[in-house]
Design a binder for this molecule. Structure first.
Ligand code: SF4
Length: 223
């Protein structure tokens, strides 16, 4: 007799992902009605810079740095008007400051030279900016009201796998699976719901399944 496969058994206990996605979104939206981007910004350029700075650090840390940064740098030109070392000092606390300063200056130069100083709306144009990857482009496009994909960060990846919405490891493939499942009008909200659920309930090491509103829809539930 073949050995029992508990993962397969658990997946059989819940309906297919297509049937679960609507109640999953509904319940998570009710539970985390305050779910939204945690970065502070008051313009498209500030949004782009904040998202670029958020790589490998926390949103809280970025907000601490940008509170002063955005008083000093208001337009793309401002980032190009100072010496690279000055910008590096101003963003030092976010880590990887040399690489981030180089990327920000490159992106700001491209905005000035190719986009009349404005942040483009399409993911296709955004990923052409120096230092802007697909995740950053997706976050920026979604916040500007033009979600063209689904942001996959560490929380979205973990929860998509635990909830069996994707069996992939690669963020690009996970995003592709989610885009097939999640209605387009929810592409902006959906990652925020998983991110906030991941932070508050479905922790990487200690998921609190007995307090989880989607426990009966989750094949990884310990309940
Ligand atoms: S039931 Fe547990 S593993 Fe599943 S989403 Fe909720 S907290 Fe995470």
């Amino acid at each position: 007799m073949p050995p029992r496969d508990y993962t397969v058994e658990a997946r059989r206990r819940v309906p297919a992902a297509k049937k679960r996605i609507e109640p999953l979104i509904g319940r998570l939206a009710a539970e985390h009605s305050d779910a939204k981007i945690a970065l502070h910004f008051s313009s498209d350029v500030e949004l782009l810079v904040a998202v670029m700075l958020s790589a490998q650090t926390t949103d809280v840390n970025v907000n601490r740095v940008t509170e002063r940064l955005f008083r000093k740098y208001r337009r793309p030109d401002d980032y190009l008007a100072v010496a690279p070392e000055e910008l590096e000092r101003d963003i030092f606390a976010t880590g990887f400051y040399r690489q981030k300063a180089r990327s920000i200056r490159g992106a700001m130069a491209a905005l000035v030279e190719q986009h009349e100083g404005r942040v483009p709306r399409s993911v296709e144009d955004l990923v052409r900016l120096p230092g802007v990857g697909r995740k950053t482009a997706n976050v920026v496009a979604a916040e500007l009201g033009e979600a063209q994909g689904i942001v996959v960060d560490t929380h979205v990846r973990r929860l998509s796998q635990r909830l069996d919405l994707s069996r992939e490891q690669d963020p690009v493939k996970i995003e592709r699976d989610l885009m097939r499942l999640v209605p387009r009008e929810q592409w902006r909200l959906f990652p925020h719901l998983l991110i906030w659920h991941g932070r508050r309930v479905c922790d990487a090491r200690r998921p609190v399944c007995d307090r989880c509103v989607v426990s009966d829809l989750c094949p990884s539930s310990r309940e």
